[in-house]
Write a protein that binds this ligand. Sequence first.
Ligand SMILES: [Zn+2]
Length: 264
Amino acid sequence: MLWVSKDESNKMPAGTHRYPFEFDIPANCPPSLNTLGAKNKYKIEVEIDRPWKLNIKKEEQFLVSNKIEIPVGKQPKKSIRFAKLFKSGRIFNEGPVSLQVFLPSLYCMPGETIDVKVHLKNDSADTINYICMDFGKECHCHLRHQHHTCDNYAWNKCPLNSSDRTYGYKYIGKKTRLEINLGPYSEKIYTIPFTIPKSLTTPSFSTGLITFGYFLQVGFKVKGSMMADTMYFTIIVGELKKIEEKSESAEQEEAPPSYKSLEL
Ligand SMILES: [Zn+2]
């Protein structure tokens, strides 16, 4: 209560009144979100109780954000690698193409430009025409609360049935494309600067209901094939909260198959 009449006798005088107030938002509140079928809203509601008249109510939404907490004992790695081996050729197998992507860190800030190193080893009989890169957001929701969060978007890691969960994703910004001409049986490392969109307001987070975050999709196109071969991986976007000193091994295993790759 910000103001109460004494003995129900005095009145709030006419005019403008200000009643400063404050309350603590719990530190573990998930950030505001309204996208891909998931909503997480915060609002403040003010009500003026007027005797013998209708109460006046006003509500206002506000945004909540929070920092990304790195698990105790871990720290952002100096470099992270994602790798996948592709078979080229539409009808006949023209040989494998190895794609490796190196990022300076798994953690990025909105607006930050990172150097994405793409190592292509073309052991196929075809030329590679271009490298493409997409960025997007993705959201995995549970229709009932779980005690443990789903820390990634792999369909086979979720404890719930397919009818009790949802997944959605959306590309953000323009596709980045680098024209190349990598001949058969050759390899090269390409450095492609990529800027994480500055406009992102919701950091990566996960609760028992929602797992929200961002992904990069990197691929290449072999001459003559209909479409690019791509690899998708999750990156964590937001301000870091805590950095511990202990280190972990330098590589991350390739992510399990995504919902997208299964076209669910
Ligand atoms: Zn899940």
